[in-house]
Write a protein that binds this ligand. Structure first.
Ligand code: S3P
Length: 453
């Protein structure tokens, strides 16, 4: 893929090989659940408390958008108090809502805003503006919404207010929790029933949280969900579990380099999120779920991972939507495994914060790994990894994934453009350091002032 010119003053991680990782860590609150807790609390009746909220750039973008629509929020340490305005209480924002890098914020808010009596505009950064938005606009239009996307089908999204919505029965072209959630949110205001059918299951946090807040959801299978409009949401105390997608980096770190084990406490293990566990276990990874419990309708556990000999596998396509955000770090595990790992059926990875198939293939090849790229996947020949300089293309999960590769690499790995790590895991470097990784954060003013290996 063409490399973009590097802008001046970008952030670089230098991840140096270390002998091992271990001990005990916690990861911050779940990003998907934090977005939903904000959105649903805002339109609920009464005051909600959100504990363990993820204060990352993406979630703060959702928070700012809701504040711009007259929702009052009190920040109390890590907790938030949201003064819900009720289902009819959102106000017209003073200008366009800028959701930064967040596809989740944009698509979920599109569902909410399609049903409001006022006009709105949703926009974001350069990466977000390239991401496909017609996929959410098309079904919302079928419900009666009036939405314009930019020329190629991206953001800004211009939404006309005051259009009555009617429930639809819609089959999603892809398994996407963002699309499913946008339609379920719009359905809250729609006349009659909305049914969303998916080709495969996707994360179900919206359904679970709506249920906890008193909205009846009918789940006729793991692929089909229905909601009838006209209900109201009741404020709740919501506890956000640790983000499995953030824990994923440390699961792979532990498999590569924790002879005495690494414990990751308080992680959400909703089965619509944990496809990676199955894949890593199939690769020979030793991961134990300890102290399993439930909180706010979401299952939680402590994850204990021990260094393991990994072998390559053919990843079952049914697991793709259940591990959609974990492929960057899975590809690192595959590069360190014995034998070949093949992933197909994952074309969707080309539409995330970057083209994750293309950017990962390029980065792995720079580290000497043999990779074949398909339109919908990668095949990776596991073996030895060298040090090298990778461009993360501003994709948070790719930046974090390559830091983990240093556990198996023969030299330091420099990862360019890592600022976006703050969108999902602002404390990543300090948590990684606590686990035993050695990551230095430097700023570069251009290509040439970075040390060469
Ligand atoms: C998310 C859904 C996923 C995931 C994204 C967060 C969500 O996207 O990639 O990071 O919170 O709903 P899909 O819409 O492809 O499922």
């Amino acid at each position: 893929m063409p490399q973009q010119p590097l802008s001046e003053g970008y952030q670089v991680f230098i991840s140096r090989p270390v002998a091992s990782v271990g001990g005990e860590i916690t990861v911050p609150g779940d990003k998907s659940i934090s977005h939903r807790a904000l959105l649903l609390s805002s339109i609920a009746d009464g005051t909600s408390i959100i504990r363990g909220f993820l204060h990352s750039e993406d979630c703060l973008a959702t928070l700012a958008a809701l504040q711009a629509m007259a929702v009052d929020v009190v920040v109390e340490g890590d907790d938030l108090k949201i003064l819900g305005v009720g289902i009819e209480g959102l106000h017209s924002p003073p200008g366009p809502l800028n959701l930064g890098n967040s596809g989740t914020a944009t698509r979920l808010l599109a569902g909410v805003l399609a049903a409001q009596p006022f006009d709105s505009v949703l926009t974001g950064d350069a990466s977000l503006r390239k991401r496909p938005m017609e996929r959410v606009a098309i079904p919302l239009r079928l419900m009666g919404a009036v939405i314009e996307t930019r020329g190629g089908g991206g953001a800004p999204l211009k939404i006309k207010g005051g259009r009555p919505l009617t429930g639809i029965d819609y089959t999603l072209p892809i398994a996407s929790a963002q699309l499913k959630s946008a339609l379920l949110l719009a359905a809250l205001w729609a006349e009659g029933q909305t049914t969303v059918r998916s080709p495969n299951p996707s994360r179900d946090h919206t359904e679970r949280m709506l249920g906890v807040m008193g909205v009846k959801i009918e789940q006729s299978s793991s692929h089909t969900v229905s909601l009838t409009g006209g209900g109201r949401l009741q404020a709740q105390e919501l506890e956000i579990p640790g983000d499995f997608s953030s824990a994923a980096f440390f699961l792979v770190a532990g498999l590569l380099g924790a002879p005495d084990g690494l414990l990751i406490r308080n992680v959400g293990v909703n089965p619509t999120r944990t496809g990676l566990l199955k894949i890593l276990q199939e690769m020979g990874g030793q991961i134990e779920l300890r102290n399993q419990r439930e909180c706010g309708g979401e299952p939680i556990a402590d994850l204990f991972v021990t260094q393991s000999e990994l072998r390559g596998v053919e990843v079952c396509t049914d697991l793709v939507s259940l591990s959609i955000d974990e492929f960057p770090v899975l590809f690192i595990a595959a590069a360190c495994a014995r034998g070949q790992t093949v992933v197909t059926g994952a074309e969707e990875l080309r539409h995330k914060e970057s083209d994750r198939l293309g950017v990962m293939a390029t980065g792995l090849r720079i580290l000497g790994v043999s990779v074949t790229e398909y339109s919908d996947g990668l095949s990776i020949e596991g073996g030895s990894i060298s040090g090298g300089r990778i461009d993360s293309q501003g994709d948070h999960r790719i930046a974090m994934a390559f830091t983990i590769a240093s556990l198996a690499a023969k030299g330091a790995i420099e990862i360019l453009r890592t600022e976006e790590v703050a969108t999902s895991f602002p404390d990543f470097v300090s948590v990684a350091t606590r686990s035993g990784l050695a990551i230095e954060v430097v700023r570069s003013r251009g290509k040439d002032d970075l040390s060469d290996e």
